[in-house]
Design a binder for this molecule. Structure first.
Ligand SMILES: *Cc1c(COP(=O)(O)O)cnc(C)c1O
Length: 362
């Protein structure tokens, strides 16, 4: 007897495609006739090596990753990348440029300051992190080791719809909540990282895509486990990688390919986001705090006219199977995360509920 599935709008760990969960269930005890679960496999055995190689190859195909970029399957979450990026990419330089667009940028900046001098090249703090500063406002330093930005601020719901041009200085992007939601031109970046639990797979896996000439020169004292080159040279098998996470991510990559790849996914995501933002814009009961041009397709924050209704809204939504809509504790209100795996039906159900709730309470 299976319980009916709810629509999970959590920002992360987040909804996964039902097809993927079903396949993982079917293969749980006996992966493709080998008589064991993927969780029980040696990471150096031929079965798991094939799973990992296939996952990497499908990710490379989806993102058209050029051959001179390494794909690393790591642990430690995106938060560990806040330190690993400066430890690995400073390469003798004295400072790094950061763009401050919200909670995740702030954390990245705070961590980087332990290792280097940080130049905040642009910030949207002046308007409560509600927009993406345009490139003409960025004060870049040509001698910076790299430029770090957060293409999608998961908490504030602000997304860059353009790729910054940083010339010869490598561009580094925390893509935790936007990777695989649209096509990417990897060649424009020096390094991309993402925690898996938003748009890739289960928590515990972190993906790094890095241009190979940028690695191999770490800060003195960098732990072996935090050295990209060690992981690159050992094909992410220097130690035991997060095997089950890599397996499920691989199933997600296959699902994305079946769905038509990232062009199709982008179209789908644009349609879902448009439905929700239209619902917000037509209403005087709901308010979306983000600048129109920079609205995230993945995380949609909104407030109710009267915050005293928040609890009732969440309660009624939950009764309809629409869950995890409470906004982040730092901003309040609501947030609907509508990653790749959220079907259009889920967004329609949410928009329908919101209209009914407005009618009853306006
Ligand atoms: C969730 C998130 C993080 C933190 O990820 P962890 O894997 O929990 O460390 C960092 N950056 C962004 C943009 C995120 O959405």
């Amino acid at each position: 007897m299976t319980m009916e599935r709810i629509y999970n709008f959590s920002a992360g760990p987040a909804i996964l495609p039902q097809d993927v969960l079903e396949q993982a269930r079917d293969e749980m005890l006996n992966w493709q006739g080998c008589g064991m679960s993927v969780m029980e496999m040696s990471h150096r055995g031929k079965e798991f090596m094939a799973i990992a190689a296939q996952a990497e190859s499908d990710l490379r195909e989806l993102l058209h990753i050029p051959a001179h970029y390494k794909v690393l399957f790591l642990q430690g979450g995106a938060s560990s990348q806040f330190a690993m990026v400066p430890m690995n990419l400073l390469r003798g330089k004295k400072s790094a440029d950061y763009v401050n667009t919200g909670e995740w940028s702030k954390k990245a900046i705070k961590e980087a300051k332990k290792y280097t001098s940080v130049n905040v090249a642009a910030s949207s703090e002046d308007a409560n992190f509600s927009y993406a500063p345009s490139q003409d406002k960025w004060k870049l330093d040509a001698d910076a080791a790299y430029v770090h930005f957060t293409p999608n601020e998961t908490i504030g719901g602000v997304e860059f719809n353009w790729v910054p041009d940083t010339g010869a200085v490598p561009l580094v992007a925390d893509m935790s909540s936007t990777i695989l939601s649209r096509p990417l031109d990897i060649a424009k970046y020096g390094l991309i990282y993402a925690g898996a639990q938003k748009n890739i797979g289960p928590a515990g896996l972190t993906i790094v895509i890095v241009r190979d000439d940028l690695i191999g020169e770490t800060l003195p004292g960098t732990p072996t486990m935090l050295d990209y080159k060690i992981h690159a040279d050992n094909e992410s098998m220097y130690n035991t990688p997060p095997t089950y996470g890599i397996y499920v991510a691989g199933l997600v990559f296959k699902w994305l390919k079946r769905m038509g790849g990232l062009e199709a996914m982008e179209k789908h995501n644009i349609e879902k986001a448009a439905l929700l933002y239209d619902c917000l814009d037509k209403s005087s009961f709901y308010h979306c705090p983000t600048a129109r041009a920079d609205r995230s397709r993945m995380n949609v924050p909104f407030t109710l006219k009267d915050a005293a209704l928040d609890e009732e809204f969440l309660k009624q939504a939950k009764a309809l199977g629409l869950v995890q809509l409470k906004g982040h504790r730092s901003v309040g209100g609501m947030r609907a995360s509508i990653y790749n795996a959220m079907p259009m039906d889920g967004v329609r159900a949410l928009a329908g509920f919101m209209q009914e709730f407005e009618k009853a309470h306006a």
